[in-house]
Design a protein around this ligand. Structure first.
Ligand code: PHE
Length: 498
């Protein structure tokens, strides 16, 4: 116990409590001039409490106070108006004399039996009862309470419950407030310590330039900090980690001069698949991979020229020099509505509107695939997609963009492998080493002539689509993709912002 480390304020508090006979409230100690602020006392008290030298007890008392809407009771005002009018007044006149309050007044006149309502010549008249006349020269129990409250709070225990309940029910008349009084008491251990003697020396808590320049630091007693001591954890509000990662991705692309673009989740197969030179018998179109919709089941493609061009390219290559896929292309299949299976559809729709070089566009948005949910698959997930249309665009430019993106996101070890997509040539797949194995992060390539020809694009279009959730998993070492969307509050609290 002798090596117990007490701050200046803790020592002051022990001594003040001792002077007060062992226990006191913060208000008492401020009143006696021992301290100037209650917060100082409470801060020191909680430290003494954690060291077993003092204890803090709380007692709460409820009080009634006057509400913001307190004033003359409307039924009192109404009685006066009726009496001034000779004992009876029409409802219409009352409404004119106390607009907005007349309804409440009439309600209470009836409830308290102060006036009767009768119909005279089609007018509804209010007539004071005997009780009403008496009321005019007396004061109600509720008014007595209001009067008392006007002079200060009254403990709930001293107030008639029925009267309080009625006034509380009348909006804003009275309110309830709870006042908590804390009492700090010295424990036996605290008393022992006081008996052994406490030396009070002022401590320096902040090293200022004056302290250094004046040389006073030489004699100063510095407050000791125990960084290992218990302190309650504080969890300030912060954005969801996925939102923060999305903001990072967006910032990264916009810093590199890209513009964000997004489109609809619901697309005709035409834009999601056919325009992309995906053959109509491609496995990706299978029902087990794609969510086809019933409402709308079809989306009509208005652009007849584009339909004709895409049909020709699919069947025989059209004017592109390609041989196409052969067979007969079905417009009906192309008009089937689906939930987009990749955001590459955003890139194509963007190109359709902006076919000229240079262009730099990205999208960060949701896609849908009919996957069974497991540790690495979800039926809804997010893609980081983008294109560059550039006169000098080539495979090297694409690879360096990908490397730069991942390096900026903090991943240097990525691997690029040849791949196949129906819409790009050459194509690549990129992987990152994670948890002892290479994990696929996305695909990229240069759009084939069959894809860009219908829009009159004259320069190379570099395109990519990366997995967003995979990136999040890598960043935070998460092995189960479902954990990203479960939003476990403890995980969210402990997720670090920096
Ligand atoms: N659309 C591909 C996918 O979903 C990614 C990709 C985009 C590949 C653009 C090449 C070009 O995996």
């Amino acid at each position: 116990m002798t090596d117990i480390n007490l701050s200046y304020n803790e020592k002051r508090l022990l001594l003040a409590l001792d002077r007060a006979g062992g226990s006191a409230t913060p208000a008492d100690m401020v009143a006696s001039g021992d301290f100037s602020l209650e917060v100082e006392i409470m801060g020191a008290a909680s430290w003494l409490e954690s060291k077993g030298l003092a204890s803090v007890s709380e007692e709460s008392t409820s009080y009634y106070v006057l509400g913001k809407g307190a004033g003359e009771l409307p039924e009192r005002k109404a009685c006066r108006l009726i009496s001034e009018a000779g004992g009876s007044l029409s409802m219409a006149d009352l409404a004119q004399r106390m607009p907005g309050e007349d309804g409440i007044a009439v309600g209470w006149l009836k409830r308290k039996g102060l006036a009767d309502i009768t119909a005279v010549d089609g007018n509804r008249m209010l007539t004071l009862t005997d009780k009403g006349a008496e009321y005019l020269v007396s004061i109600g129990a509720d008014e007595v309470l209001l009067e008392k409250l006007a002079h200060g709070p009254v403990p709930v225990s001293e107030v008639d419950a029925k009267i309080a309940k009625d006034l509380k029910g009348r909006q804003g008349m009275i309110a309830e407030e709870t006042v908590t009084v804390r009492t700090i008491s010295v424990t036996d251990a605290g008393r022992d310590l006081i008996q052994r003697g406490i030396e009070l020396r002022e401590e320096v808590t902040d090293v200022t330039d004056t302290l250094i320049q004046s040389g006073k630091w030489r004699d100063a007693e510095f407050r000791r900090y125990d960084v290992g001591t218990f302190a309650p954890a504080v969890y300030p509000a912060k954005k969801h980690p996925l939102s923060r990662l999305a903001a990072d991705v967006r910032r990264l692309f916009t810093d590199m001069g890209f513009t964000e673009f997004d489109g609809e989740y619901v697309q005709p197969s035409f834009w999601n698949l056919d325009v992309m030179f995906i053959p109509q018998d491609h496995p990706a179109r299978e029902l087990q991979d794609t969510f086809y919709l019933e409402h709308p089941g079809k989306i009509h493609i208005d652009d007849e020229d584009l339909v004709a061009t895409v049909k020709a390219i699919q069947e025989n290559g059209g004017d592109t020099g390609s041989t196409g896929w052969g067979g007969t292309w079905s417009r009906e299949m192309a008009e089937q509505a689906l939930l987009r299976t990749h955001t590459t559809v955003n890139s194509l729709r963007y190109i359709a509107e902006h076919p000229d070089a240079p262009q730099k566009m990205f999208s960060l948005s949701r896609i849908f695939r009919k996957e069974s949910i497991d540790a690495t698959h979800l039926p809804e997930f997010t893609q980081i997609e983008g294109i560059i249309i550039d006169e000098n665009g080539d495979f090297d430019m694409l690879v360096s963009l990908i490397r730069e993106f991942y390096a900026k996101m903090g991943f240097d070890t990525i691997r690029i492998r040849p791949a196949y997509f129906p819409y790009t040539e050459p194509s690549l797949e990129l992987e990152v080493f994670f948890n002892g194995k290479w994990m696929e992060l996305g695909g990229a390539g240069i759009f084939r002539p069959e894809v860009v020809a219908p829009f009159g694009v004259k320069h190379p279009v570099l395109a990519w689509g990366f997995g967003f959730e995979r990136l999040a998993m890598l960043k935070w070492g998460i092995t189960d993709i479902r954990d990203l969307y479960i939003s476990d509050i403890d995980d969210l609290k402990s997720n670090q912002v920096l």
